[in-house]
Design a protein around this ligand. Sequence first.
Ligand code: NDP
Ligand code: 2IT
Length: 449
Amino acid sequence: MTDIMQSITERDPVEKEFHQAVDEVINSVKPVLDRHPEYRQAAVLARITEPERVILFRVPWMDDEEQVHVNRGFRVEMNSAIGPYKGGLRFHPSVNLGIMKFLAFEQVFKNALTTLAMGGGKGGSDFNPKGKSDSEMMRFCQSFMAELYRHIGPNTDVPAGDIGVGAREIGFLFGMYKKLKNEFTGVLTGKSLNWGGSLIRPEATGYGSVYFAVEMLAVKRQTLKGKTCLVSGSGNVAQYTTEKIIELGGKVLTLSDSSGYIYDEEGIDSEKLASIQKLKNIQRGRISEYADEYPNAVYTEAEPSPDYNPLWNHKADCAFPSATENEINKKDAQNLVKNGVKLVSEGANMPSTAEAVDIFLDKKLLYAPGKAANAGGVAVSGLEMAQNSMRLNWPMEEVDNRLKIIMRSIHKTCLDAAEEYGQPGNYVIGANIAGFVKVVNAMLDQGLV
Ligand code: NDP
Ligand code: 2IT
């Protein structure tokens, strides 16, 4: 173990997801530090792994039965070397400081890769949105923002959505911010269209992950047409990943939620996807209901502590993990390889364990880590900020074209950096090095702050 890794694990021993994310970056950038002694001299690793600021706060709220609850709110402002802190808010019972720090750390490099001026941050709460009424969601969001508002701003820190935070929650959060600050600014992204949102932002993460896959396939002179795809999750990222795969002639076989997954041998077409979007976004139902509507589909319930996830054990060409961290373990990676999967594009953040990543790299899959493949979401958030600053809205084609250009540029940046450091085709090394060098150079320019 490196000295820096040892000191991080000793200082915060329980933050295992943060250790995992940091360990990967440290291993990737070792040759960069060897080439640049000035980076070691300036202790860049110790500085880049310590958040600039962590805000931790109480979120009290009342349910519809007038019971009082207390949740914990977080905002990790990780790095502002290249722009205001930027990154989503996650509402999920698993949220803790270690998960917030891992997500904020990944966000720093991801945002650097987008070419836009955004630093990295992440926030959220251990609040569980499942089964809550609209009024409960509103009261929770208002209480959350009643504290967060004093720490954020359009030039300071600009939150957005993530797991459990979509258009409805961004609306409630924005409304409270506006009331408290008495100003209408682009302090959040993922806003609705008629009050400052950008076209293509809802689609951007999923579309971007598929655009990245298209770029990787193009290197091998292939396309998505006719390719079978396993997609996990059924939220924002999974839905728009599925939409774009269908549009480009691929076939999506699976979708999931935390209760289980569906396998549809005939493929999920546009009509079926529209019914999933209604089920998930409006009725807030479970993916199992898909199998009631389309009886040819098979629903498999998730096991409480599975050795492997059967979703990843089907014959297919491509995999698009789009649910959550560490959803692909070593056994799942082995199953994917065994079943002929040649491409993995990570819509989710860190969905593959370190052992799974090693297998993908060892077997020379086209493997795109989340910080490259899912950067389209935050990239279009950056475009939403730009439109807010100009007080105008770009048409759909313009935003979608810019998204394509950004994903193409991230792909090339990763390949070039990997090549420069003698690891051709290794998108993990490429993404980590390119993001790291950009942020570290900015930090050095700005002195010891
Ligand atoms: P949503 O809340 O819209 O959907 C999340 C989906 O993943 C749901 O189907 C959910 O199932 C499932 N899921 C969540 N947690 C777990 C879990 N512990 N085990 C199994 N399934 C789970 O979130 P998003 O689609 O926005 O986010 C999905 C992933 O993409 C996350 O890793 C997020 O960080 C990442 N991401 C999101 C971006 C965005 O713009 N939204 C941008 C870049 C990355 P259930 O409903 O049962 O909880
Ligand atoms: O993980 C991510 O990149 C996001 N949840 C989106 C962040 C953003 O600011 O749009």
